[in-house]
Design a protein around this ligand. Structure first.
Ligand SMILES: CC(=O)N[C@H]1[C@@H](OP(=O)(O)OP(=O)(O)OC[C@H]2O[C@@H](n3ccc(=O)[nH]c3=O)[C@H](O)[C@@H]2O)O[C@H](CO)[C@@H](O)[C@@H]1O
Length: 374
């Protein structure tokens, strides 16, 4: 099978694309892949390192106002379309997969117009601009949140979820607690702010760390992000909080093996990026979510509110976040273990451990069911 994959700009679009490619390679003995991205997106760095054949086209984001920049954008858009058409004609895929981001616009559009079977994957509850725009042209749209089905033509959408790394599915609570040197008798709070950390969460967490410094009930892992580590440590020192000798608090700039922390956690404090939320749901961990307010079209708010409506999380808007509010929310949840248990149950029901399998099956079905016109 020949699969052309496109999607990029940020990791949020690139990692699901790589997971889908790996899933197809595992399932099929013969699969030839071509990844189409831009030179400037994160995909240009990651995809070749993964050993996946990679080609680039020229595209830039859409301009909302008429200006010289808008004219240049249109010209680049036309160049991108011509390049995409050439790549499609050369590679002749059995199926084309788009995971969002500007680059997938011209590639998937051309593919659909040329008669190739097309599939989109949407990660967020509020679908991205490119996927919303492509929806009318494509065959199948796999979504993460049921909420986003409302933005797509009725018969095309299906809820598959977002693929998570296999090690996250595999590691057990006992393994996580042991690996991180935690106490089996205590509950564990994991606080982190997405892959780059979050200053507002780091600041608010100071109050939570201070309160639970010597707790017999709750231990804390706080991941600050690389940029926030020094500031957090300085903040703790200013407050006279000695985390090193407390034995109850772990502060790290980044977790390369987050699967252990996820396996150990009973509650998280986090942003609301789609990948992390999918991981929380699968592990059954309720969340206190503080959506990143500057994400495109405020989409993290939609992700977080979706889980809140379904009883799997509580939301604190970033503008309302401070130490007092976060501490009160943690304390309320810790005082109501029955509520935490119900929330955890809801998370597990929402988790989609079979996401990758479902997407791979949809791709295979599509590739087998339609023939190319060009
Ligand atoms: C700022 C922004 O716009 N982010 C978007 C981006 O998220 P982004 O690509 O940043 O992804 P997420 O925030 O959902 O997930 C972060 C990932 O980093 C991992 N991790 C994090 C911290 C750590 O110490 N170790 C570690 O391994 C997590 O396990 C997770 O897999 O694309 C997603 C999918 O389109 C969107 O939903 C997010 O809103």
């Amino acid at each position: 099978m020949r699969v052309l994959v496109t999607g990029g700009g940020t990791g949020g679009h690139v990692y699901p694309a790589i997971s889908i490619i790996r899933g197809l390679q595992k399932k099929l003995s013969q699969v030839e892949v071509l990844y189409v991205g831009t030179r400037r997106g994160l995909e240009a760095d990651i995809v070749p390192k993964e050993g996946i054949p990679f080609r680039t086209i020229t595209v830039t984001g859409l301009e909302r106002k008429l200006s010289w920049r808008a004219v240049t954008t249109v010209c680049k858009g036309i160049t991108g379309m011509v390049q995409a058409r050439q790549l499609l004609k050369q590679f002749r895929p059995d199926v084309v997969i788009g995971t969002g981001g500007y680059v997938s616009g011209p590639v998937v559009l051309l593919a659909a117009l040329m008669g190739y079977p097309t599939l989109l994957h949407e990660q967020n509850a509020l679908p991205g601009l490119t996927n919303r725009w492509l929806a009318r042209f494509v065959d199948v749209i796999c979504v993460t949140f049921p909420d986003s089905l409302a933005y797509f033509p009725e018969k095309k959408g299906r809820v598959t979820g977002l693929p998570v790394r296999p090690e996250i599915l595999r590691v057990t609570r006992d393994e996580g607690i042991k690996k991180l040197g935690l106490d089996f008798r205590k509950k564990t709070l994991l606080a982190l702010g997405g892959s780059r950390g979050a200053r507002s969460i780091n600041r608010a967490m100071l109050s939570v760390v201070q309160k639970y410094l010597a707790s017999e009930a709750l231990q804390i892992i706080h991941v600050t992000g690389r940029d926030g580590y020094q500031e957090t440590m300085a903040g703790l020192e200013r407050l006279g909080i000695d985390v090193v000798n407390s034995g109850n608090i772990t502060i790290k700039p980044y977790l390369y093996h987050i699967e252990y922390a996820l396996a150990a956690a009973d509650l998280v404090v986090a942003r609301a990026g789609a990948a992390f939320l999918a991981e929380m749901m699968i592990k059954g961990i309720p969340g206190i979510l503080i959506p990143y307010p500057y994400a495109a079209e405020n989409h993290q708010e939609f992700n977080a509110r979706s889980l809140e409506r379904q009883g799997a999380a509580v939301v604190i808007p970033d503008v309302e976040l401070n130490g007092q509010r976060l501490l009160a929310t943690v304390e309320n949840l810790m005082a109501d273990q029955e509520r935490l248990r119900r929330m955890s149950e809801r998370c597990r029901q929402l988790g989609k451990p079979g996401a990758l399998e479902d997407i791979v099956n949809a791709v295979m079905e599509l590739a087998g069911g339609k023939s190319k016109r060009e």
